[in-house]
Design a binder for this molecule. Structure first.
Ligand SMILES: [Zn+2]
Length: 275
């Protein structure tokens, strides 16, 4: 059965979040390790860590969405520190995947240099990291931000030692905001073909099935409820059911709405699955 789940906002503790996800019937889960509105990581007692590790076993996959402090594409290694911290915590808590935005080529002359630094960082990390899957997500941004343009990932894969150990997450709202018009089925198909050519669709392990609240090419990252934004229901259905992406898990990252509304939309999107 297709794995379709929700991103949950961290409000109190991770163990409570996992209970909420379980009660909501979300077979896979994604969350941050920074509580909503906070500017520091959640603190974990050893007991809470053990509890989370136990509860994490209820889910087929547990995605940690890394914080935006992580930057592996900069010239200097200051953006590595939060990554290493989150990676260690993720493993202790039972996460199976860590989703990162590729980062920005800070301190570099061009984005290409950032892609080089990102490849160097991933090569180093993967020398010692064997338990958690590192997932790169496309972004809505341009200029020195790596990963808005899908071609950046193609260039990156040529520079990494083990391309098969790099996984990807495609966010439909980010792609659309960056400039890939996904508002028709043909355009969705074209985008998936590009992804397949550049990175290999089999490397896409997750889809962030979000609609976009802003215009195509706006480069403004504002999600809408699936089916209620500028991409629209038909295109999102095609995206999640595209034969080349049918193996990927689906995660909804919705705007802030009531739990009741969220659960109704979650059920609706589960009904879109044609697998
Ligand atoms: Zn996303």
């Amino acid at each position: 059965m297709r794995r379709i789940g929700l991103h949950f906002r961290l409000i109190t503790t991770l163990s409570e979040l996992l209970d909420k996800a379980y009660a909501a019937g979300s077979p896979i889960v994604q969350c941050f390790l920074i509580p909503q509105g906070a500017s520091t990581y959640l603190e974990f007692t050893p007991e809470e860590k053990a509890l989370c590790l136990e509860k994490s076993k209820r889910f087929g996959q547990l995605f940690l969405h890394a914080s935006y402090w992580v930057n592996l594409a900069g010239r200097y290694k200051n953006g590595w520190k939060p990554f290493n911290r989150e990676l260690e915590l993720a493993k202790e808590l039972g996460f199976t995947h860590i989703v990162i935005h590729p980062g920005s080529a800070t301190g570099c002359l061009s984005k290409d240099d950032g892609i080089y630094y990102l490849a160097r960082a991933l090569n180093k990390i993967l020398e010692t990291e064997h338990t958690i899957t590192i997932v790169l997500e496309n972004t809505a941004h341009a200029n020195k931000t790596v990963g808005g343009d899908i071609l950046d990932f193609g260039a990156l894969l040529k520079l990494v030692d083990n391309p098969d150990r790099i996984a990807f997450c495609l966010d439909s709202a980010h792609a659309y905001s960056y400039g890939y018009d996904l508002s028709t089925i043909d355009q969705v198909d074209e985008f998936v073909e590009l992804v397949d050519k550049e990175i290999g669709a089999q490397r896409v392990v997750a889809l962030h099935l979000n609609d976009a609240a802003e215009k195509c090419g706006s480069r403004i990252d504002k999600h809408a409820i699936p089916g209620q934004g500028n991409i629209g229901k038909e295109s999102l259905q095609r995206f999640m059911n595209h034969p080349k992406l049918a193996h990927a898990s689906v995660i909804l990252e919705m705007p802030v709405i009531s739990d009741q509304e969220e659960s109704e939309i979650f059920k609706e999107v589960q009904g879109w699955d044609r697998s």
